[in-house]
Design a protein around this ligand. Structure first.
Ligand code: PEP
Ligand code: MG
Length: 527
């Protein structure tokens, strides 16, 4: 028996033989060709085959992983049609009499280098795509074929690293562990992962990051027991679908989901989420190289509203800045970005950006139950200014004859100490609060949420955080304003009882946390 340790990233135990992910050798044949026309034909045929493969991969990814994952393959197909790229390869074959493999590989390397040297981080990231495409065409030309696993039975995939395009190509039915979200996964096992392990039976525990190769009886029993327990828990949780989030003594709690893109709605519906408590709209701003248009945003918000079928969808306006940077915003470099021009501060200083998002949100409000939430609020005047802008936008859309919901609730995130201290006044201005415990904790404790060195000091259960929540709830309820929690702490079952005793009305968590939280709520008696 051998044990290796990495970092568990996706909970669960999986057992089966190991299969290493194989890549083509990477050796590029290089020689001079006499018949350049025939060589051009070889290249063109390989390019067509690559496009056919990519079209199939697009369909597969669309069915299995959704549109976002599939778009990668569409982009790859488009790159194969790029005139500069194709002309460079064909020019090398015709003029330099280079064989197709070498021409594709050299052009791929040149283009990748060019992208990697660009200032824009989005364009830099395209370098990996170019390398991926060149490798595919070279693989077809050399006949080494596609990379992948050789196992034809369910296995645990082992690899030094896997590109997104590589994971999507694997047959999910054969993968017990390691790769896609939702199945047990371990990363960063380092040199301990050895090719001699191919085919050996292993058990991995994605929670602890432990992989046991050829386990002895005791280890096998221990881990398989854990696997059986998890399975039983999953079955138990599945039985909770459709049941209310109600304590033993009858207190109803709203349990909503946090999502980052419309693609997450499947998980929300599968896990029986009662609504969306936080839709982080940043994805629209982070995925492209320019501002998303009003129509692009409208489509995204409308999709979410419609798919949630009348359940409440709280969409947060953009929270760019600090840890979430988009180059095209051209924000000044700041000494202290977490306390800099971010979130609502950007919206209030760039009215056009704010206006575009609000128009899209109000337009989408006709298709479901949308509420709008504003991040990083510190002062009452900010909220009054936001409300003034919202009123103007509603009037503008009404004049244009655009349909909108009669009532669109407005709420704010409580994630700065100032917002807690001002919660009584703020509550009179809005319909709801949602406590962002991730930022609130960092600002209350003055501890950067991204600095791992602060782990020994950063107590997420710090009494200061709980007192801040208490004050927020008291102020809110006095003004008839509801209070949710949408930071990580909302899913912390050790605090569920305390939150409900404080009077929190709604908890918004990752879709996978909905049913465990429901179970917790249903086990409580608040008295
Ligand atoms: C928070 O700060 O708790 C929060 C939910 O917002 P984000 O994590 O997106 O900053
Ligand atoms: Mg926040």
């Amino acid at each position: 028996m051998e044990q290796i340790f990495g970092k568990g990233v996706s909970k669960g135990v999986a057992a089966g033989p190991i299969s290493f992910y194989r890549r083509a050798s990477g050796v590029i044949p290089r020689h001079e060709v006499s018949d350049t026309a025939a060589e051009l034909e070889r290249f063109r045929a390989a390019r067509e085959t690559a496009k056919e493969q990519l079209a199939k991969l697009y369909d597969k990814a669309l069915a299995e992983a959704g549109e976002d994952a599939a778009m990668l393959f569409e982009a790859h197909q488009m790159m194969l049609d790029d005139l500069d790229f194709v002309e460079s390869i064909e020019g090398m074959i015709e003029n330099d009499r280079v064989n197709a493999e070498a021409a594709v590989s050299d052009t791929g390397a040149q283009f990748a280098e060019m992208f990697a040297a660009m200032d824009d981080s989005y364009m830099q990231a395209r370098a990996a795509d170019i390398r991926d495409i060149a490798a595919r065409v070279v693989g077809i030309l050399t006949g080494e074929g596609e990379s992948g696993i050789v196992s034809d039975m369910p296995c645990i995939v082992a690899a030094d690293d896997l590109a997104p395009s590589e994971t999507v190509q694997l047959d999910k039915a054969l993968i017990l562990g390691f790769i896609t979200a939702g199945i047990p996964a371990i990363i960063s096992a380092g040199d301990a992962l050895q090719p001699e392990m191919e085919g050996k039976y292993a058990i991995i525990d994605g929670q602890t990051g432990e992989a046991v190769i050829e386990p002895d009886d005791a280890e096998r029993e221990r881990l398989l027991k854990k696997q059986a327990k998890e399975k039983a828990l999953k079955e138990l949780l599945d039985q909770l679908k459709g049941k209310p989030n109600v304590t033993k003594d009858g207190r109803n709690v709203m349990v909503y989901c946090n999502i980052g893109s419309p693609a997450d709605i499947d998980a929300v519906l599968q896990n029986d989420g009662g609504g969306i408590g936080l839709f982080r709209s940043e994805f629209l701003y982070l995925q492209g190289s320019d501002y998303p248009t009003e129509d692009e945003q409208f489509e995204a918000y409308k999709t979410v509203a419609e798919r949630m079928g009348g359940r409440r969808v709280i969409i947060r306006t953009l929270d760019i800045g600090a840890d979430k940077q988009a180059d095209y915003f051209h924000l000044d470099k700041e000494e202290n970005p977490a306390m800099g021009l971010r979130a609502i501060r950007i919206c209030l200083t760039r009215p056009e950006v704010f206006r575009t998002q609000l128009r899209a949100l109000y337009r989408a409000s006709a298709y479901g139950k949308i509420a709008i939430m504003f991040p990083m609020i510190t002062s009452v005047w900010e909220v009054q200014e936001i409300k003034r802008i919202c009123r103007n936008i509603r009037a503008e859309l009404a004049k244009e004859g655009v349909p909108m919901a009669d009532k669109v609730e407005l709420g704010i995130m409580i994630e700065t100490p100032a917002a807690v201290m001002m919660s009584a006044e703020l509550a009179r201005e809005v319909d709801f609060f949602s406590v962002g415990t991730n930022d609130l904790t960092q600002y209350l404790l003055a501890m950067d949420r991204q600095n791992p060195n602060l782990a020994p000091f950063c107590d997420p259960h710090h009494p200061a955080v709980l007192r801040a929540i208490r004050q927020t709830v008291e102020s809110a309820h006095q003004a008839g304003c509801s209070v949710g929690i949408c930071g990580e702490l909302a899913a912390d079952e050790a605090l569920t009882e305390a939150f409900l005793r404080l009077g929190v009305d709604e908890l918004s968590v990752a879709p996978s946390r909905i049913l465990p939280l429901r179970e917790k709520i249903r086990s409580l008696t608040l008295g």
